[in-house]
Design a protein around this ligand. Structure first.
Ligand SMILES: [Mg+2]
Length: 280
Protein backbone atom coordinates (compact mmCIF):
# COMPACT_ATOMS: atom_id res chain seq x y z
CA UNK A 1 0.00 0.00 0.00
CA UNK A 2 1.33 3.45 -0.75
CA UNK A 3 1.78 5.43 2.43
CA UNK A 4 0.25 8.63 1.22
CA UNK A 5 0.20 10.80 -1.81
CA UNK A 6 0.66 14.36 -0.70
CA UNK A 7 3.61 13.50 1.53
CA UNK A 8 6.22 11.27 -0.02
CA UNK A 9 7.60 9.54 3.08
CA UNK A 10 6.71 7.30 5.97
CA UNK A 11 4.89 9.49 8.46
CA UNK A 12 3.95 9.36 12.10
CA UNK A 13 1.46 11.75 13.64
CA UNK A 14 1.87 12.64 17.29
CA UNK A 15 -1.02 14.57 18.78
CA UNK A 16 -2.12 16.31 21.94
CA UNK A 17 -5.65 15.48 23.09
CA UNK A 18 -7.45 18.26 25.01
CA UNK A 19 -8.19 21.17 22.71
CA UNK A 20 -6.46 19.42 19.81
CA UNK A 21 -7.93 16.01 18.99
CA UNK A 22 -10.69 16.59 21.56
CA UNK A 23 -12.92 19.63 21.86
CA UNK A 24 -11.80 22.01 24.62
CA UNK A 25 -15.29 22.18 26.15
CA UNK A 26 -17.11 18.90 25.53
CA UNK A 27 -14.11 16.61 24.75
CA UNK A 28 -15.82 15.43 21.54
CA UNK A 29 -13.71 13.78 18.82
CA UNK A 30 -16.51 13.36 16.29
CA UNK A 31 -14.97 15.73 13.68
CA UNK A 32 -11.85 13.53 13.33
CA UNK A 33 -13.41 10.05 13.53
CA UNK A 34 -13.56 9.39 9.78
CA UNK A 35 -10.09 10.86 9.18
CA UNK A 36 -8.62 8.66 11.94
CA UNK A 37 -10.14 5.59 10.26
CA UNK A 38 -8.65 6.70 6.95
CA UNK A 39 -5.17 7.25 8.46
CA UNK A 40 -5.32 3.76 9.96
CA UNK A 41 -6.04 2.35 6.48
CA UNK A 42 -3.16 4.41 5.10
CA UNK A 43 -0.93 2.99 7.85
CA UNK A 44 -0.09 6.33 9.37
CA UNK A 45 0.16 5.73 13.15
CA UNK A 46 -1.45 8.39 15.36
CA UNK A 47 0.36 8.60 18.70
CA UNK A 48 -1.58 10.22 21.54
CA UNK A 49 0.73 12.47 23.59
CA UNK A 50 -0.99 14.27 26.41
CA UNK A 51 -0.93 15.43 30.01
CA UNK A 52 -3.61 12.82 30.66
CA UNK A 53 -2.99 9.61 32.61
CA UNK A 54 -2.60 6.16 31.08
CA UNK A 55 -6.03 5.23 32.56
CA UNK A 56 -7.64 8.11 30.69
CA UNK A 57 -5.74 7.44 27.47
CA UNK A 58 -6.58 3.73 27.47
CA UNK A 59 -10.28 4.59 27.62
CA UNK A 60 -9.93 7.08 24.77
CA UNK A 61 -7.88 4.67 22.65
CA UNK A 62 -10.76 2.20 22.88
CA UNK A 63 -13.19 4.89 21.71
CA UNK A 64 -10.85 5.97 18.91
CA UNK A 65 -9.97 2.37 17.88
CA UNK A 66 -6.31 3.33 18.29
CA UNK A 67 -3.82 0.48 18.86
CA UNK A 68 -0.58 2.42 18.72
CA UNK A 69 1.89 3.42 21.44
CA UNK A 70 0.98 6.46 23.53
CA UNK A 71 2.68 8.97 25.82
CA UNK A 72 1.16 9.97 29.16
CA UNK A 73 1.56 12.81 31.64
CA UNK A 74 3.50 15.23 29.43
CA UNK A 75 6.24 12.86 28.34
CA UNK A 76 6.62 11.07 31.69
CA UNK A 77 5.88 7.57 30.35
CA UNK A 78 5.81 5.90 26.94
CA UNK A 79 3.46 2.91 26.64
CA UNK A 80 4.10 0.50 23.76
CA UNK A 81 1.68 -2.42 23.33
CA UNK A 82 3.76 -5.56 24.04
CA UNK A 83 4.82 -7.08 20.71
CA UNK A 84 4.20 -3.86 18.74
CA UNK A 85 7.89 -3.83 17.82
CA UNK A 86 9.93 -6.98 17.18
CA UNK A 87 11.94 -6.43 20.35
CA UNK A 88 11.22 -4.81 23.68
CA UNK A 89 13.25 -1.59 23.99
CA UNK A 90 16.13 -2.24 26.39
CA UNK A 91 15.07 0.45 28.84
CA UNK A 92 11.41 -0.65 28.99
CA UNK A 93 9.73 -2.62 31.75
CA UNK A 94 6.72 -4.83 31.11
CA UNK A 95 3.45 -3.91 32.80
CA UNK A 96 -0.13 -4.89 32.07
CA UNK A 97 0.40 -5.82 28.41
CA UNK A 98 2.62 -2.83 27.68
CA UNK A 99 6.31 -2.09 27.42
CA UNK A 100 6.75 1.05 29.47
CA UNK A 101 9.65 3.51 29.22
CA UNK A 102 9.64 6.01 32.08
CA UNK A 103 11.62 9.23 31.57
CA UNK A 104 9.67 10.93 34.38
CA UNK A 105 9.78 10.86 38.20
CA UNK A 106 7.26 9.08 40.40
CA UNK A 107 4.36 11.11 41.69
CA UNK A 108 5.35 10.32 45.29
CA UNK A 109 8.64 12.07 44.72
CA UNK A 110 6.80 15.10 43.30
CA UNK A 111 4.30 15.21 46.17
CA UNK A 112 7.19 15.09 48.67
CA UNK A 113 8.69 18.07 46.92
CA UNK A 114 5.34 19.94 46.97
CA UNK A 115 4.88 19.34 50.70
CA UNK A 116 8.31 20.78 51.44
CA UNK A 117 7.79 23.73 49.12
CA UNK A 118 4.34 24.51 50.60
CA UNK A 119 5.74 24.55 54.15
CA UNK A 120 8.15 27.30 53.19
CA UNK A 121 6.24 29.25 50.57
CA UNK A 122 2.56 28.31 50.93
CA UNK A 123 0.38 26.60 48.34
CA UNK A 124 -1.68 29.09 46.28
CA UNK A 125 -3.07 26.33 44.08
CA UNK A 126 -5.48 23.40 44.00
CA UNK A 127 -3.51 20.18 43.58
CA UNK A 128 -5.07 16.95 42.30
CA UNK A 129 -3.66 15.15 45.34
CA UNK A 130 -5.70 17.27 47.75
CA UNK A 131 -8.70 18.04 45.49
CA UNK A 132 -11.94 16.11 45.76
CA UNK A 133 -13.43 14.53 42.66
CA UNK A 134 -16.10 17.28 42.79
CA UNK A 135 -13.36 19.96 42.75
CA UNK A 136 -11.86 18.40 39.61
CA UNK A 137 -15.26 18.08 37.93
CA UNK A 138 -15.85 21.79 38.63
CA UNK A 139 -12.40 22.77 37.28
CA UNK A 140 -12.49 20.64 34.13
CA UNK A 141 -16.04 19.74 33.10
CA UNK A 142 -15.04 16.06 33.16
CA UNK A 143 -17.58 13.51 34.38
CA UNK A 144 -17.04 12.11 37.89
CA UNK A 145 -15.71 8.82 36.43
CA UNK A 146 -13.36 10.69 34.10
CA UNK A 147 -12.18 12.89 36.97
CA UNK A 148 -11.36 9.76 38.97
CA UNK A 149 -9.28 8.46 36.04
CA UNK A 150 -7.55 11.84 35.91
CA UNK A 151 -6.65 11.49 39.60
CA UNK A 152 -4.86 8.15 38.98
CA UNK A 153 -1.58 9.89 38.26
CA UNK A 154 1.79 8.17 38.39
CA UNK A 155 4.33 10.76 37.28
CA UNK A 156 2.99 14.30 37.47
CA UNK A 157 0.85 16.67 39.48
CA UNK A 158 -1.52 19.20 37.87
CA UNK A 159 -1.98 22.42 39.83
CA UNK A 160 -4.87 24.81 39.30
CA UNK A 161 -3.09 28.07 40.05
CA UNK A 162 -4.92 30.48 42.35
CA UNK A 163 -2.06 32.79 43.27
CA UNK A 164 -0.48 35.65 41.36
CA UNK A 165 1.63 35.37 38.21
CA UNK A 166 4.67 36.40 40.28
CA UNK A 167 4.04 33.59 42.75
CA UNK A 168 3.70 31.14 39.89
CA UNK A 169 6.97 32.28 38.32
CA UNK A 170 8.78 31.96 41.65
CA UNK A 171 7.27 28.48 42.11
CA UNK A 172 8.51 27.44 38.64
CA UNK A 173 12.01 28.78 39.37
CA UNK A 174 12.22 26.82 42.63
CA UNK A 175 11.04 23.66 40.84
CA UNK A 176 13.68 24.10 38.13
CA UNK A 177 16.36 24.53 40.80
CA UNK A 178 15.20 21.22 42.27
CA UNK A 179 15.60 19.47 38.90
CA UNK A 180 11.88 19.38 38.14
CA UNK A 181 9.94 20.67 35.18
CA UNK A 182 6.80 22.81 35.07
CA UNK A 183 4.60 22.99 31.99
CA UNK A 184 1.57 25.22 31.42
CA UNK A 185 -1.28 23.28 29.81
CA UNK A 186 -4.68 24.53 28.73
CA UNK A 187 -6.02 24.50 32.29
CA UNK A 188 -3.30 23.36 34.65
CA UNK A 189 0.29 24.01 35.57
CA UNK A 190 1.91 20.55 35.54
CA UNK A 191 4.79 19.60 37.81
CA UNK A 192 6.83 16.64 36.58
CA UNK A 193 10.26 15.07 36.28
CA UNK A 194 12.94 16.17 33.81
CA UNK A 195 11.04 15.28 30.62
CA UNK A 196 8.49 16.76 28.22
CA UNK A 197 6.32 15.75 25.29
CA UNK A 198 9.15 16.40 22.84
CA UNK A 199 11.79 14.33 24.64
CA UNK A 200 9.39 11.37 24.86
CA UNK A 201 8.43 11.80 21.19
CA UNK A 202 12.10 11.58 20.20
CA UNK A 203 12.56 8.40 22.24
CA UNK A 204 9.51 6.75 20.66
CA UNK A 205 10.49 7.87 17.16
CA UNK A 206 13.86 6.20 17.68
CA UNK A 207 12.04 2.95 18.61
CA UNK A 208 10.15 3.08 15.29
CA UNK A 209 13.29 3.80 13.30
CA UNK A 210 15.26 1.02 14.94
CA UNK A 211 12.45 -1.51 14.59
CA UNK A 212 11.42 -0.76 11.04
CA UNK A 213 14.86 0.17 9.72
CA UNK A 214 13.48 3.22 7.91
CA UNK A 215 13.39 6.93 8.50
CA UNK A 216 10.11 8.25 9.81
CA UNK A 217 9.04 11.81 9.44
CA UNK A 218 6.90 13.47 12.02
CA UNK A 219 3.77 15.58 12.14
CA UNK A 220 2.98 16.99 15.60
CA UNK A 221 -0.30 18.70 16.51
CA UNK A 222 -1.01 20.76 19.61
CA UNK A 223 -2.81 23.81 20.95
CA UNK A 224 -0.85 24.89 24.07
CA UNK A 225 2.51 25.95 25.43
CA UNK A 226 3.11 22.44 26.81
CA UNK A 227 2.99 21.17 23.20
CA UNK A 228 5.88 23.34 22.00
CA UNK A 229 8.62 20.81 22.83
CA UNK A 230 6.72 18.26 20.75
CA UNK A 231 6.06 20.71 17.91
CA UNK A 232 9.76 21.58 17.80
CA UNK A 233 10.85 18.00 17.01
CA UNK A 234 8.36 17.70 14.12
CA UNK A 235 8.91 18.07 10.39
CA UNK A 236 5.44 19.57 10.22
CA UNK A 237 4.14 21.43 13.28
CA UNK A 238 0.35 21.76 13.31
CA UNK A 239 -0.97 24.50 15.59
CA UNK A 240 -4.61 23.91 16.39
CA UNK A 241 -6.42 27.07 17.33
CA UNK A 242 -8.07 27.25 20.77
CA UNK A 243 -11.29 29.16 21.43
CA UNK A 244 -10.08 30.67 24.71
CA UNK A 245 -6.50 31.87 24.12
CA UNK A 246 -3.82 32.77 21.61
CA UNK A 247 -2.09 29.83 19.89
CA UNK A 248 1.48 28.91 20.89
CA UNK A 249 4.12 30.49 18.68
CA UNK A 250 6.67 28.43 16.80
CA UNK A 251 8.82 29.60 13.91
CA UNK A 252 9.07 27.79 10.59
CA UNK A 253 12.61 26.73 9.63
CA UNK A 254 14.08 25.14 6.49
CA UNK A 255 13.49 21.77 8.25
CA UNK A 256 10.08 22.52 9.73
CA UNK A 257 6.82 23.58 8.17
CA UNK A 258 4.29 25.25 10.45
CA UNK A 259 0.60 24.92 9.60
CA UNK A 260 -2.11 26.71 11.61
CA UNK A 261 -5.78 25.84 11.67
CA UNK A 262 -8.48 28.46 11.42
CA UNK A 263 -11.02 26.17 13.07
CA UNK A 264 -10.86 25.12 16.72
CA UNK A 265 -9.91 21.76 18.24
CA UNK A 266 -10.68 18.56 16.32
CA UNK A 267 -12.25 20.49 13.42
CA UNK A 268 -8.94 22.35 13.08
CA UNK A 269 -6.98 19.08 13.28
CA UNK A 270 -9.02 17.71 10.40
CA UNK A 271 -8.81 20.95 8.43
CA UNK A 272 -4.98 20.88 8.42
CA UNK A 273 -4.17 17.16 8.36
CA UNK A 274 -6.77 15.82 5.93
CA UNK A 275 -5.29 17.59 2.86
CA UNK A 276 -1.86 16.06 3.65
CA UNK A 277 -3.27 12.55 3.25
CA UNK A 278 -5.70 12.51 0.32
CA UNK A 279 -7.75 9.31 0.18
CA UNK A 280 -7.49 9.12 -3.67
MG1 LIG B 1 -4.16 20.76 24.70
Amino acid sequence: MTQNNALDSQWLIVSDLDGTLLDHYDYSHAPVDSLLRQLELQRVPVILNTSKTSAEIRELRRELHNHHPFISENGSAIFIPAGYFAEKPVNARESDGHWVIEPGFTRDRLLDYLRGDAQQFGAPYLSFATASTDDIVAATGLSAAQAQSAQQRSYSEPLLWRGSDEEREAFCRRAADAGLKTLQGGRFLHLLGPTDKGAATRTLLECYRRDRGIEYRLIAAGDSANDLDMLEVADIAVIVRAPDRAPPEIAATPQRRVLKSTEFGPAGWKEVIQPLFPSD
